[in-house]
Design a protein around this ligand. Structure first.
Ligand code: NAP
Length: 484
């Protein structure tokens, strides 16, 4: 059993990988294969954690919690060191993400750059965890008292993560949890466990106490469910589908959770938008990471006066983005996470085509690679509009009245993020007030994100926030102390 994942060898393979408990890599139960998402070849066998190992990981995390966390300045230093280690292991992260997630070189580098920022922000926030002073003098009879709040760690945090951001999304969970003083048990997606393994190795090297971080691999239905059943876990931080999020929430009961769930993200382009600036951003936000980003532009509302121009220019941009081998530096769109997922997305596009929608660009597939696809003239009820496609596919929808576009964007069950391009500040703010999403980006797409900002959805897109400062509020509890 290898202790940590190295860069795949010339034949693209890695030695078998174990699970991490108490600072040691252990053999587990039945191994599962991890494939290269472009070639389809198995690159690594990864051990699944047994039920007993899951329980041991949580128990050790609880004993680390009871021992008490490192001091804030020590946590900050560990995170600083981790940031340096991420930068110095860029090559390994890049190779792993290109292989197991199908990321293009640019997608992988973007993920690593952002991960380094996320860790730096967490290192800063670790030393700024403060409460409030209570204004006792505001009420008769209490003026002699003093009161203040402190924020204290919650206990064992369980992080369950998806396949589509195997480094930065994992960090957005485990780094704020550690910054806040909580031990963590991580279960990454079975599709992309190798990046998490390297990340946890570096976290240990940076100085995290061995029992304060465990990595348990395995299927959500088994390992994930055991984690949810374990009553010692105090908090679940989850990113993934709405369906699985609802299951975890049901199992969590009165325990607290943070849910970053599914989405159908919309962006609106008004007639006065600066298309030279907007369209490259839209193409990038629709097709990068093969469209497998929760905020990817899926519905593009375009004012009817400019829809022909937008359709033609967007189709041209999509056609000029090379799709294929993610190791080729010219490739802009890599494979989707599985051939079956590309088939599923293509079947939705076919449904739209049969229903008289027009496929302006793309709509073809080679194994897991779906060509960047632009659809127009789609009708209500088509899956490309009504369900989260999570593929490099955007559908343009004409509008005459901005209020109608806003109402239509609001009519999905989801509410993660939306964007609006306009030169009219009154329209921009009117839309921002009425679009029911966790974030509205003016003159950016739904997919605009800076790691420092609060990030989270409403409705079926979940609740709670990522973004180190905001996540730390979720990952601590406020305790009142008064003195008479
Ligand atoms: P997923 O199928 O929901 O899986 C997410 C994680 O949950 C995986 O680690 C999975 O394990 C685990 N899991 C599955 N069943 C479980 C159970 N019963 N109990 C506990 N854990 C369980 O999501 P995905 O396909 O990986 O990711 C795509 C989805 O994530 C999309 O819907 C996307 O919108 C959403 N997402 C949302 C955000 C956001 O910020 N709102 C960001 C990124 C992605 P295995 O798969 O390994 O079995």
């Amino acid at each position: 059993m290898s202790d940590t994942p190295q860069v795949p060898t010339a034949d693209g393979t890695l030695p078998p990988l174990g699970i991490l408990i108490g600072g040691r890599w252990l053999a587990g139960d039945e191994p599962f294969p991890v494939s290269d998402k472009f070639t389809g070849a198995t690159i690594c066998e990864v051990a699944s954690a047994s039920k007993m190992q899951v329980s041991d990981a949580v128990a050790r995390a609880q004993s680390a919690f009871l021992k008490g966390p490192l001091q804030p300045y020590e946590r900050s230093r560990v995170l600083d060191r981790l940031g340096g280690l991420l930068a110095s292991h860029r090559e390994r992260f890049r190779a792993l993400m290109v292989a197991e997630a199908g990321f293009t070189l640019a997608d992988a580098d973007g993920e690593i750059d952002r991960a380094i920022i996320t860790v730096r922000l967490c290192a800063e926030e670790a030393t700024r965890i403060v409460g409030d002073t209570v204004p006792f003098g505001s009420q008769p009879g209490a003026g002699g008292r003093l009161g203040f709040t402190i924020r204290v760690p919650l206990g064992v945090v369980c992080a369950i993560t998806p396949f589509n951001s195997p480094l930065n999304t994992v960090l957005h969970k485990i780094a704020p949890a550690f910054a806040a003083g909580n031990p963590v048990v991580l279960k990454p997606s079975n599709l992309t466990p190798l990046t998490s393994a390297l990340l946890c190795e570096l976290f240990l090297e940076a100085g995290v106490p061995p029992d304060a971080l465990a990595l348990v691999h395995g299927a959500g239905a088994t390992v994930g469910s055991w984690l949810v059943e374990d009553q010692t876990v105090a908090f679940y931080t989850f990113t993934g589908s709405t369906r699985v999020g609802a299951q975890i929430q049901q199992g969590a009961g009165l325990r607290r959770t943070q849910m970053e769930l599914g989405s159908i993200a919309s962006t609106i382009v008004c007639a006065d938008a600066d298309l030279d600036k907007a369209l490259p951003k839209i193409a990038n936000a629709a097709f990068r990471k093969a469209g497998q980003v929760c905020t990817s532009v899926q519905r593009l509302y375009v004012h009817e006066a400019i829809i022909d121009e937008v359709n033609s220019r967007l189709a041209h941009l999509a056609g000029s983005m090379r799709a294929g081998n993610p190791r080729d530096p010219d490739t802009r769109v890599g494979p989707m996470i599985a051939v079956a997922e590309a088939e599923r997305a293509l079947s939705w596009i076919e449904q739209a085509r049969l229903g008289q929608a027009r496929i302006l660009q793309g709509g073809t597939r080679d194994r897991a690679v779906l060509q960047p696809t632009v659809i127009t003239a789609a009708q209500p009820g088509m899956r490309v509009l009504e369900q989260e496609i999570f593929a490099p596919c955007v559908t343009t929808l004409p509008f005459r009245d901005l209020n109608a576009a806003v109402a239509d964007a609001n009519a999905t069950p989801f509410g993660l993020a939306a964007g609006i391009f306009t030169a009219d500040i009154t329209n921009a703010f009117a839309a921002a007030r009425t679009l029911r999403f966790g974030a509205i980006h003016i003159n950016e797409t739904s997919s605009a994100r800076a790691d420092a900002m609060p990030f989270g959805g409403v409705k079926a897109s979940g609740f709670g926030h990522e973004g180190p400062r905001y996540a730390i509020r979720e990952l601590t509890e406020e305790r009142l102390i008064t003195v008479n």
